[in-house]
Design a protein around this ligand. Structure first.
Ligand code: AMP
Ligand code: ZN
Length: 112
């Protein structure tokens, strides 16, 4: 499959890994929007959150649990933001489900 994040998870395209296990891969965003900006993805190709199914509940939970673990490891004790851009209006540009972990600065609300 011609998917950028599948290739990153498979090690076919270089990335700066932060965490990995059997199901998940986390790496530094190439265009960071905050001092800490990490993407957490399932190794299995799921095009977006909208393409996830009931059977993916454990995997979705693991994505969030891992985001929190990485945030603790990175010392983001003041807080952080977790974002899943979904579809065109959601601002999704890579069609492989990914969780953004952003931290190290104060965040504004609402997002753009
Ligand atoms: P989204 O707009 O939510 O689909 O997020 C896609 C993210 O992937 C953006 O923040 C990009 O900076 C990031 N990105 C694109 N290509 C790469 C890459 N080769 N390595 C790391 N991050 C990437
Ligand atoms: Zn993929």
């Amino acid at each position: 499959m011609d998917c950028l994040f599948c290739k990153i998870a498979a090690g076919q395209i270089p990335a700066r890994p932060v965490y990995e296990d059997e199901d998940l891969f986390a790496f530094a965003d190439i265009n960071p929007q905050a001092p800490v900006h990490i993407l957490i993805i399932p190794r299995r190709h799921i095009a977006s959150l909208d393409h996830s199914a009931a059977g993916d509940a454990a995997l979705l939970g693991a994505l969030l649990e891992t985001a929190a673990k990485i945030a603790r490891d990175k010392g983001l004790a003041r807080g952080y933001r977790v974002v899943i851009n979904t579809g065109a209006d959601g601002g999704q540009t890579v069609d492989h489900l990914h969780v953004h972990l952003l931290g190290g600065r104060s965040m504004a609300w609402p997002p753009g």
